[in-house]
Ligand binder design. Structure first.
Ligand code: AMP
Ligand code: MG
Length: 392
């Protein structure tokens, strides 16, 4: 058995970032861009009307002859002489010979003559070419996580494919003969299977959508056969259950038989003592304890950093802070602990429902309090390390 810190340093050693790939821009939300992007165009690409109104070639006059119309999307090939105007609309290209756009609310029209209530200022209501960004200048810096606004900015510059770090392909293997799929009637001795929802939706919160869920009963051969296939097909495998020491826990034996190299097995921690971490070829395997709260805690502390690192996320660990505990707390046992807790301002409260079988405790929690090995008592207002849970 190793300590939490030893386990974390082994995780650190195994950080691996995937090779960047091209993806269509519509499929890039939440991905990290792998190159600096320089604009290939001026944006806007031409002098653009910012108003519905009239483009004029003014010369200290406020009466103009109307000679045509330019809609959004039209070329601006009309030539305006002094004191001539064209009807123009927002987004339309302004002719080179126009030096202002007057909004339509300020114009009176009589047949082909228009008059303005005021003499326009030069270049008013015209968005200059390249106002937003100039050709060949930096549009987006390498390693930025793509958001709706920076994706739409790149789309506005004409980019349809981006070089990004891929997200991992994840296989989720659920073990347990007692498990029944929600929506079907419970039978004696059975419980509803919930870890597949827990793990797959937690992955989706991380914008990891390329996952497949597999289920297997507590049977050695089926477990080995399934694990072999899933390890072959994925970058990461998250196994739920069957990794402890019971007679029907077959995951450890199957992983060994398949040739998965153990990096660690068992950590001096609560919850999640039987966590296994190993590697076969380029695939990492986390065998998480079946108890839901243990599975999630182990996922957040050990699996998430490697999953995030694969996609070159800047921040791979959950944020740590120091807070004052709002009550005395008597620690049971000598293992390090991750306790479900709630932070309010500068205080943190350890919640009830700490059992590793109870996912319910996570519903109220926004953090985990980390308690080091061999701590037996924490005094009210003592400072403790807290790990912020991701937003729900
Ligand atoms: P195990 O790690 O397989 O010994 O399972 C530990 C506990 O977690 C048992 O009470 C299981 O019934 C429960 N458990 C295991 N897998 C799941 C699952 N996918 N959904 C809900 N509970 C589970
Ligand atoms: Mg089991």
């Amino acid at each position: 058995m190793i300590s939490v810190n030893e386990a974390l340093s082994k995780i650190e050693i195994h950080k691996q970032t995937a090779v960047p790939v091209k993806r269509h821009i519509t499929q890039c939300l939440g991905y990290v861009i792998a190159e600096d992007i320089f604009s290939l165009i001026d944006m806007p690409p031409f002098r653009q009307s910012a108003m519905d109104g009239y483009a004029v070639n003014h010369d200290q006059s406020n009466t103009y002859k109307l000679i045509g119309e330019i809609k959004a999307g039209d070329p601006a090939d009309i030539i305006l002489k002094k004191n001539e105007a064209v009807r123009i609309f927002t987004g339309a290209s302004v002719p080179n010979t126009a030096n202002a756009v007057i909004m339509q609310e300020k114009i009176d029209v009589t047949n082909t003559l228009i008059s303005s209530q005021e003499i326009p200022k030069n270049e008013q209501n015209i968005r200059p070419k390249g106002e937003q960004i100039k050709k060949n200048t930096l549009a987006l810096t390498k390693n930025t996580t793509l958001t709706p606004t920076n994706l739409s900015f790149l789309a506005s510059l004409g980019f349809d494919e981006l070089l990004v770090y891929p997200k991992p392909k994840v296989g989720i293997v659920i073990t347990g003969s007692e498990l029944i799929t929600p929506g079907t009637p419970l039978a004696p001795g059975k419980i509803y299977e919930s870890n597949s929802i827990l793990l797959s939706t937690t992955l989706q919160n991380e914008q990891i959508n390329d996952f497949t869920v597999y289920k297997v009963k507590d049977d050695y051969q089926s477990t080995e056969d399934l694990l072999k296939k899933v390890i072959n097909e994925n970058d990461f495998v998250l196994v739920s259950g069957g990794i402890s020491v019971g007679d029907y826990d077959f995951v450890g034996k199957a992983l060994e038989k398949i040739g998965v190299t153990e990096i660690f097995y068992k950590i001096k921690q609560k919850p999640g003592k039987p966590l296994f971490f190993g590697k076969k070829d380029t695939t990492y395997v986390f065998a998480l304890p079946g108890n839901p709260a243990s599975a999630l805690t182990c996922f957040y502390i050990y699996a998430l950093p490697l999953l995030r690192n694969f996609s070159h996320c800047e921040k791979i660990h959950l944020t740590k802070k120091v807070k004052k505990i709002s009550h005395n707390y008597e620690v049971k046992g000598i293992r390090a602990q991750f306790l479900k807790a709630k932070i309010t301002n500068e205080f943190v409260e350890v919640l009830d429902l700490q059992s590793s079988a109870m996912i319910h405790g996570f519903n109220e929690a926004n953090a985990l309090v980390f308690i080091t090995e061999n701590t037996n008592f924490i005094k009210k207002l003592q400072e403790v390390e807290v790990i912020l849970l991701p937003k729900k």
